[in-house]
Design a protein around this ligand. Structure first.
Ligand SMILES: [Zn+2]
Length: 242
């Protein structure tokens, strides 16, 4: 499956890159809900390219679930239930206007095909190891939603940057960090295989949004409580904005 999937991925990537080069307008939305759509790459973001052309309104055409950031690195993005939230360095989740632009985001139409529960106390590393045992194929990409109460949660949001932009590692050397106890909400994210490193983050990457949609951030660490985990297998990758 890994080899087959890699073939699909490379073919789709090459085709999408070709189409992106030829067509100035965004391509029409595909009918495949299992497609992961992404604007730009993590490598570009890491190099300090914090201003993109895609608006949140456009991004919503490609998915109702995902994560990313905003132009000028102005916060963490959470896309859940077709709503886009901008979590700034005050820790507050703001509904993002459709006109706001993103330099990097990945979204899909979330249709879970597997569900699990966790009823033991695990830290984030242990949770990821547990998930690795549950997923059918760790060489495949997955969208994952983890819902419930987290005994402990450590999240971050970057500070908004001004040009000339520093590289991402430098920007994140100073970031806003928030730690909470017994917080209920959802982790929205992905587990992507090693061969997608650079395009996106290999392994697990989650952004948290509280149940009341007031707070959240990029997940740095956690301790679980009782959780429900929903998994959506991805079988196509579409890249735009490069
Ligand atoms: Zn993140």
């Amino acid at each position: 499956m890994a080899i087959k999937l890699l073939g699909v991925f490379v073919t789709t990537l090459a085709l999408t890159t070709f189409l992106t080069a030829c067509v100035s307008q965004p391509s029409t939305v595909g009918s495949n809900p299992k497609s992961l759509f992404q604007t730009s790459t993590l490598s570009a973001l890491q190099a300090g390219q914090y201003d993109g052309q895609m608006t949140i309104g456009e991004l919503k055409q490609y998915g109702n679930f995902g994560l990313g950031t905003f132009n000028a690195l102005d916060g963490e993005m959470v896309v859940v239930d077709s709503q886009v939230y901008q979590i700034r360095d005050d820790g507050v989740a703001y509904p993002a206007d459709d006109e706001v632009q993103t330099p990097f985001a990945a979204v899909t139409f979330f249709e879970p095909d597997q569900q699990f529960t966790v009823n033991e106390s695990l830290n984030c590393v242990q949770l990821q190891t547990h998930l690795d045992d549950l997923l059918p194929d760790v060489d495949a990409p997955y969208a994952i939603k983890i819902s419930g109460t987290f005994a402990h949660l450590k999240v971050r949001a970057p500070h908004k940057e001004s040009p000339p932009y520093p590289v991402l590692a430098e920007a994140l050397a100073d970031q806003a960090i928030f730690e909470t106890e017994n917080t209920t909400g959802e982790m929205i994210g992905f587990r992507l295989p090693d061969y997608m490193a650079g395009l996106n983050a290999a392994g697990y990457h989650f952004h948290f949004i509280s149940q009341d949609r007031q707070t959240g951030g990029h997940v740095l660490d956690c301790q679980t409580g009782d959780l429900a985990i929903e998994v959506d297998a991805i079988d196509q990758f579409r890249l735009d904005g490069i």
